[in-house]
Design a protein around this ligand. Sequence first.
Ligand SMILES: Cc1cc2nc3c(=O)[nH]c(=O)nc-3n(C[C@H](O)[C@H](O)[C@H](O)COP(=O)(O)OP(=O)(O)OC[C@H]3O[C@@H](n4cnc5c(N)ncnc54)[C@H](O)[C@@H]3O)c2cc1C
Length: 262
Amino acid sequence: MNIIVCIKQVPGTSKVEVDPVTGVLKRDGIDSKMNPYDLYALETALKLREEKGGKVSVISMGPPQAMAVIKEAYMMGADEGTLISDRKFGGADVLATSYTLSQGVRKMGDADIIICGKQTTDGDTAQVGPEMAEYLGIPHVANVRKIVELREASIVVEMDMPDTVEVAEVQYPCLITVEKNIFEPRLPSYRKKLSTKDREINILSLKDLEDQDEKKYGLNGSPTQVERIFPPEVNNDRETWTGSSEEITHKLIGKLKALKFI
Ligand SMILES: Cc1cc2nc3c(=O)[nH]c(=O)nc-3n(C[C@H](O)[C@H](O)[C@H](O)COP(=O)(O)OP(=O)(O)OC[C@H]3O[C@@H](n4cnc5c(N)ncnc54)[C@H](O)[C@@H]3O)c2cc1C
């Protein structure tokens, strides 16, 4: 079974600045880590490989520093890693990111299952997985919380819906996005760190992809326009009220109504 896991490098801190002119995150020189949700995706892939055999490959799109998350994936047990990296991919919004990743996956060859995290902790849209599946023309299931069964030609999963749990059977090749806690991610192993320290990472740039039309990548391929980026307003105003419980309750209800909370 060939499994591809999408892993993204995200800032390891919430104190990330935004370029006021371009509206793009300033990622240079800040602490980074693997998107926490992608640890669950990788663990799911490793568990499936334990059950059925095969190969787990990881793919990441980002600047060269994103090689760090691929090395971390090697330390957890991934067999192969690909980084899609090119200045021409800079400024990509969700659509362009999904397209670029789908092109990278095509280049990596046939996969039975592509696994993504449910969402990232920076962009947080949860759209990349489903959009990639659309570009690849394969079925997808989002918010998978349990793998029920691996069949010869399909996988049966439980999907976490807002009010219910739905069971779905999807034919390979397919893409799933997994919930946190589907499995407990293993820790990177020191032994694997040593044994994989010279393992190569495949680097793909635009010229390696099937579709080399620059209009589909990076800022050129991004229809999203960031009009304004601003930090959430912080309101530290406080009031102290005195009086009987009844008076304070009335005052509180009046205040909540005035603020349209009730
Ligand atoms: C106008 C605009 C400009 C932007 N410019 C930049 C920029 O210059 N630089 C920049 O870094 N970001 C930029 N972004 C953010 C970038 O578009 C998102 O980081 C990207 O689309 C992924 O979306 P997400 O983080 O919401 O992923 P989600 O949809 O929340 O991620 C779901 C899953 O998809 C997979 N995934 C997502 N992204 C990647 C990835 N890169 N590699 C591998 N797997 C992935 C992971 O498995 C992840 O768990 C920009 C966004 C906008 C709207």
